[in-house]
Design a protein around this ligand. Sequence first.
Ligand code: PMP
Length: 363
Amino acid sequence: MSATYNFCAGPAMLPHAVMEKAQQELLDWNGQGVSVMETSHRSKEFIALTEQAESDLRELMNIPSNYHVLFMHGGGRGQFSAVVNNFLGEDGKALYLKGGQWSNAAVDEAIKLVGEDKIDSIEIVQKDNGLNKVVLPEFEGDKEQYRYLHYCPNETVNGIEIFDEIDCPWPVIADMSSTIMSREIDVSRFGVIYAGAQKNIGPSGLSIVIVRDELLALPSLKQSSIMDYRVAVKNGSMYNTPPTFAWYLAAEVFAWLKSLGGLKQVAIANEKKAQLLYQCIDSLAFYRNGVAVENRSNMNVTFQLADDALNDKFLAEAKAQGLIALKGHRVVGGMRASIYNAMPYEGVEKLVQFMEAFAKENA
Ligand code: PMP
């Protein structure tokens, strides 16, 4: 069978080498005669795995020592409420940047929990010659005005990425679900980074939270213990039984990223893949991407065909060639190729060849 390239936005393709190793270890992990899923999270073998995972993640992302790394439940959305409950006390307010589907959803959740008067928001995407472009305002003001500023650097649905870092007087909280570890970032510029795992880390359900120490002194709302960062820190992310298999797979993905040479190399590869695909879209009148060049996502490439009536044909013929899960999110329509870290260059090459042939036959 020829290779299948999975362009799903999440749960996304995982590195082939990691999946093969997991397959080999499924019935016998670490010479124990049982799988990691059947191993106590308190066992010395599993604790060693978690220590290695944290140390690899710290090395990959160059995480300063005044940051905690937490492995939590509840994916990306779980963190929409967790950040509110962890950082907004009785009188705190927060500022949210709205740049697409996911940052908008985070606003809705925050308002649901603390009410509209505690959550200010700014729309940051504007139309520029028909293209979606991010325009960040000047952030000035009183340090005490907001407990935090929340934004989403990569909008998975809309294919919009914000490469500039945010300069503001408040701690920045970033939903990095679909961009984490795709390139190097300066962690010290963030108060909290969180990410659902199912794109660049591992299986869905797990989320990773990187939180600056001093923020845990802020007053928080009464909340469930399993989403409380302070409880997670105190218990080494094991207040309750953690998603052990997801943690194991994440650890394997971190080791794999290190074997590639770390995030600097990974970013070069990602840039190359994205360029190849955008070049194809730009060079053929048959396809259109609606995002300003400086905000085009390197992870989620959205595009429309010249005629929407051809969408089903495109998807069916792509699938027949092993190019799967290219359908765009229902909100934006068209196509979306998610090309996270695990997508090899050959996968994008094959997609581009298919797109060229399809355009020729159907123009
Ligand atoms: N944030 C972003 C940027 C996402 O892409 C997603 C999922 N696609 C989420 C949050 C929600 O993640 P989950 O489904 O794990 O709750």
